[in-house]
Design a protein around this ligand. Structure first.
Ligand code: SAM
Length: 415
């Protein structure tokens, strides 16, 4: 059976037009859209939003992260902290070093982007005399793994024998597992709350609607009732946070499930996750009526997840309470949770910045100005400082271990 053509609008729904992708990128996106359309057709006309997000980001060879789109930096769609300044990785090295020393000298990075953080961490740990015996990279994208290899070959060629790309999560983990902006890229369920409707909890997903010349993707409720477990979970959140009717939000499942798996495999050491998000009471605040789902295309943020599938990032904030709970239930201790600014200041970012200052103060130094600007962006409450959080989940570390970044933690957190 032949499927109808997918029509791609010039702009995300309800938004101003964005720069159009080139012909080759459009062809990739059309291929991915056909794959998604086929999945919808095979499922009887509807797939859960999490299945759409999984395909849009990770369909082999075509998804946003698994395909060849240039994602990071000025020419891409967004800039992450490690891309702004090496001081981010150097500060992170201060947090990681004592944990490696107290557990095993193995550092594992999930979703390593361009490899910038890996290079900065390895250089900083080497300078501290705390080089890990292994630096494992868990990467879902072959294209990014290649970029990481090239970057590390250029920056730390003498350390390449310590770097290993893992095809799958190892059965056991020890040392430190770190992930910057990884949880926000994991698929989520979308739900809508309608207190007075016959089905108060609607599981949302993706189907197609006709438009001029073909069809387009559209968000619609599931054709069958949500599972009792999902209904119970959403009803409890709606009651607790007093949601108004039509409240639409995300239920993260892949992220906490991933943490559970990592935690179960961690014999000794720590999981350290950095990302944008909130504790649950803020995530599900009754005023946040539209959820946190957001898309990034060429440094523009918009809410339409169906704009050029595979060419734009689709992301949500992280419910850090669900991450803490997943770790806790798998036997980890929630050793630290704070804002990115709090963590960076406690770990000594400003000392590292001061050491970068050029000796000649009268000389305008472009690199120094850029570094200062990057640090300001990382720390400012109006930018990344408060919006990003850091969580440290540990197993089997000495209770009195001093971990820069969390030195002022009292280990009793309200999440
Ligand atoms: C926004 S990017 C961040 C990249 C990088 N850490 C940085 O800060 O620049 C998200 C990354 O998470 C990766 N990712 C998502 N789920 C993952 C998983 N289960 N295991 C490993 N990486 C994952 C994606 O492939 C993508 O490379």
């Amino acid at each position: 059976m032949s499927l109808p053509p997918i029509v791609q609008p010039a702009s995300p729904r309800g938004q101003d037009p964005l720069p159009q992708p080139g012909a080759e990128a459009q062809a990739y996106s059309r291929q991915l859209s056909e794959k998604i359309l086929m999945a919808i057709d095979q499922a009887g006309g509807w797939i859960p939003f999490a299945a759409y997000m999984e395909l849009a980001l990770y369909a082999p060879g075509l998804g946003y992260y698994s395909g060849g789109a240039r994602k990071f930096g000025g020419a891409g769609d967004f800039v992450t902290a490690p891309e702004m300044t090496p001081l981010f990785g150097r500060t992170l090295a201060r947090t990681i070093a004592p944990i490696l020393a107290a557990s095993e000298p193995i550092l594992t990075e999930a979703g390593a982007g361009t490899g910038k953080l890996a290079g900065d961490l390895l250089q900083a740990l080497e300078a501290m005399g705390q080089l890990p015996a292994r630096y494992n990279i868990l990467e879902l994208s072959a294209e990014l793994a290649e970029r990481q290899r090239e970057h590390l070959q250029a920056t730390v060629p003498h350390l390449m024998d310590r770097v290993h790309w893992l095809g799958a999560l190892p059965d056991t983990l020890s040392g430190v597992v770190v992930g910057n902006e990884v949880l926000d890229a994991m698929p989520v369920e979308l739900v809508r709350w309608q207190r007075h409707a016959s089905q108060a909890v609607q599981r949302l997903g993706v189907s197609v609607e006709s438009t001029d010349g073909g069809v387009r993707f559209v968000t619609t409720p599931a054709p069958t009732p949500a599972s009792p477990a999902l209904i119970e979970r959403v009803r409890a959140l709606a009651d607790k946070y007093n949601w108004p009717d039509s409240y639409t939000t995300e239920i993260p499942e892949a992220g906490p499930a991933w943490i559970t798996t990592l935690a179960q495999r961690l014999t000794q050491g720590a999981l350290l996750l950095i990302d944008y998000g909130f504790p649950r009471h803020e995530f599900y605040h009754h005023d946040r009526t539209g959820g946190t789902l957001i898309c990034h295309y060429r440094h523009r943020a918009h809410p339409d997840p169906y704009y050029w599938p595979g060419l734009q990032d689709i992301t949500t904030h992280v419910d850090f309470t669900s991450i803490a709970e997943a770790g806790f239930h798998a036997g980890l201790e929630v050793t630290g949770y704070c804002t990115q600014a709090g963590w960076l200041m406690d770990a000594g970012l400003l000392d590292l910045l001061a050491a970068e200052q050029p000796a000649d103060h009268t000389q305008a130094d472009a690199a120094w100005v850029r570094t200062q600007h990057a640090v300001q962006t990382l720390l400012s409450p109006a930018e990344m400082g408060e919006f990003f959080k850091v969580i440290l989940l540990t197993r089997g570390l000495p209770a009195d271990l001093r971990i820069p970044g969390f030195l002022r933690s009292d280990r009793s957190h309200t999440l």
